[in-house]
Write a protein that binds this ligand. Structure first.
Ligand code: URP
Ligand code: ZN
Ligand code: ZN
Length: 467
């Protein structure tokens, strides 16, 4: 039985920070308090460290077919990269195949994860084919511990895309089944038309990815999804919010009293449209959807995180190699697979750009990376909290750690990093999953296959806005 005592650190939770020791027994937090007795526990010196609940990344795409290829990270390298960034649990998107079932998606992703993960995990299921049998299947999905489904309003012309009627009916049915609907909000019709027009003009370079997905197509779809949720009487979660216009729709819905959850991601703070416009085909490394924006959006996004319109910060880790994968779109930007790696950098980017710059405090940092994720996605307080009885998922955060990202020191299986040369100030010194050490001082030590599936139940928590 693992028995550990973290001594001399500062416990940082979403609610506050205080000096305390943390006792871990049998994979669970057993006690928190000043001057706890070791009683045979192995002592871990946490002096100078911030002791935080393990981070949860509820937006990853490991081993996922997309854009005519498959994401570069599988469940081994993807979860190792996550652990190296302080993440102790991911929630990944299992894709329903056209003609397939939701249970089929669950089983396929269970197979992909088997024997590979070094951290705990769970699944959302992306509904791509809402047939009558699928509608009837939703309650059974909830029974399996899948508390969330995703609908894509974008990617018209691919199997992922859904019409409004399917989004609306999914909202109605999910409300009954006790499942949260997540939405990728961009107007797929307008984008498809703008893309056709751009290609007809001969505009094929990566920057046209952003120019054919202007902010207004995200703002419009965000507002439409929120209003459909209002009609259905259902909560909704908007993923990867990238711009002030989309955030405004969320803020107005909060003012009306709607239960709307929303996520933003590190790439919208670390990078910008100009990265897509880099010399030659280099911009392909920055193609993701929604696209990178003008930095003038950032003050609004920071305020969204600070005041609670945006409650969570996910990576949207969707890694493709430059060679052979991003290159598929060399002559046509619409063929560049969409997505960036970021599961390793998520917390370090937020600390460096957010906490060190005074945009967020350390408690808000823990809220958006861990506690709010657990509450919204239905695994709190087992995850996302340092309280007696919770899983002992612990990050010893070194606020002074300095690392420079380069492809050689990344743990992902990708041939580039968009963060190349970026200096992070603050990072994880050690990471524990259920009391087991999985990462220490730059090295992943967790055993592949040790991660466990986490069942979730959606409870529609009310999260404070404007505090
Ligand atoms: O470009 C992105 N975001 N790729 C991942 C798939 C998605 O839309 O989340
Ligand atoms: Zn998406
Ligand atoms: Zn995504």
């Amino acid at each position: 039985m693992i028995k550990l005592l973290f001594t001399g650190g500062t416990v940082v939770t979403a609610a506050g920070s205080y000096e305390a020791d943390v006792l871990v027994e049998d994979g669970k937090v057993a006690a928190i308090g000043a001057g706890l007795a070791a009683n045979g526990a192995e002592e871990v010196d946490a002096a100078g460290r911030l002791v935080m609940p393990g981070f949860i990344d509820a937006h990853t795409h490991m081993d996922m077919p997309f854009g005519g290829t498959v994401t570069a990270d599988d469940w081994a390298t993807g979860t190792e990269a996550a652990a190296a960034g302080g993440t102790t649990m991911i929630i990944d998107f299992a894709l329903q195949e056209v003609g397939g079932t939701l249970a089929g998606a669950f089983d396929a992703w269970t197979e992909k994860a088997a024997g590979k993960t070094v951290i705990d995990y769970s699944f959302h299921v992306a509904i791509t084919d809402l047939r009558d049998d699928i509608k009837a299947e939703l309650p059974a999905l909830a029974e399996k511990g899948v508390a969330s489904v995703k609908i894509f309003m974008a990617y018209k012309g691919t199997p992922l895309y859904s019409e409004d009627e399917d989004l609306f009916e999914t909202l109605q049915l999910s409300r009954e089944a006790g499942v949260l609907v997540m939405v990728h909000a961009e107007n797929g019709d307008a984008i498809a038309k703008l893309q056709q027009q751009a290609l007809a003009r001969g505009d094929t370079a990566p920057r046209f990815h952003a120019l054919t997905r202007p902010e207004a197509v995200e703002a419009e779809a965000t507002n439409r999804a929120i209003r459909l949720a209002e009609v259905a009487g259902a909560p909704i979660l908007v993923v990867h919010v990238s711009c002030a216009g989309a955030l405004e729709a969320i803020h107005l819905a909060h003012e009306r009293g709607q239960t709307i959850y929303a996520e933003t991601c590190p790439q919208y703070f670390a990078f910008e449209y100009e990265d897509l416009a880099k010399e030659g085909f280099e911009g392909a490394k920055y193609v993701c959807s929604p696209p990178l924006r003008d930095p003038s959006n950032r003050p609004a996004l920071w305020n969204g995180l600070k005041f609670g319109d945006l409650q969570i910060f996910g990576s949207d880790h969707c890694s493709f190699n430059y060679e052979g994968q991003k290159e598929l779109g060399k002559d046509d930007f619409t063929l560049i697979p969409n997505g960036l790696p970021g599961v390793e950098e998520r917390a370090m980017a937020l600390w460096t750009l957010g906490v060190r710059e005074g945009k967020l405090n350390e408690n808000q940092f823990v809220a958006v990376l861990s506690t709010n994720q657990a509450r919204i996605y239905g695994c709190y307080p087992r995850k996302g909290a340092l309280v007696p009885g919770a899983d002992a998922d612990v990050v010893l955060w070194d606020p002074e750690l300095r690392t420079t990202a380069t492809v050689e020191n990344r743990h992902s299986n990708v041939d580039y990093t968009p963060y190349e040369g970026m200096e992070f100030h603050g990072g994880p010194a050690a990471v524990y999953v259920r009391g087991e050490l999985v990462y220490k001082d730059g090295e992943v030590v967790g055993e592949r296959g040790s991660g466990r599936f986490v069942e979730r139940r959606f409870t529609a928590p009310a999260l404070e806005v404007g505090v």
